[in-house]
Write a protein that binds this ligand. Structure first.
Ligand code: ZN
Length: 131
């Protein structure tokens, strides 16, 4: 599968977040977390250089994935990983640990790319005779 994160990228995201879950802000002392793609990797086209971003630390947030609290399952609308909705970048308030300024700059950048990809998918759908 294209656009998987390396272990190094996942670790970088974890450290960028000061070892807190990007969604709920809990400290993940155990180091157990899931490296979540903010822009879903399934939307990527390996032929487009722009989509290389999907596998970078910019697109990676570390989310808690414990039995009692599982933000990864939550942001996929109840573990609907293949077809479920996904959270927009602004949902990951702790993407940069406690820094609101860095979070806002990051979410603004990712939201632009997120919207471009969805616009292109919508356009392809309309051209193929969809609504
Ligand atoms: Zn969490």
């Amino acid at each position: 599968m294209a656009f998987e994160f390396t272990q190094k990228i996942r670790q970088e995201a974890f450290e960028r977040q000061s070892r807190r879950c990007a969604f709920c802000g809990d400290h993940m002392a155990t180091g157990r977390f899931f490296g979540h793609h903010v822009i879903p990797k399934q939307l990527g086209n390996p032929a487009l250089a722009r989509d290389d971003l999907l596998a970078t630390v910019e697109n990676c947030v570390a989310l808690c994935t414990d039995d009692e609290r599982n933000c990864h399952s939550h942001v996929h609308a109840g573990a609907n990983y293949r077809t479920g909705t996904v959270a927009m970048p602004e949902a990951f308030k702790f993407s940069h640990g406690g820094s609101r300024v860095l979070h806002q700059a990051w979410q603004a950048k990712l939201s632009i790319i997120f919207n471009q990809i969805f616009d292109e998918i919508g356009e392809r759908y309309r051209r193929s005779g969809g609504a």
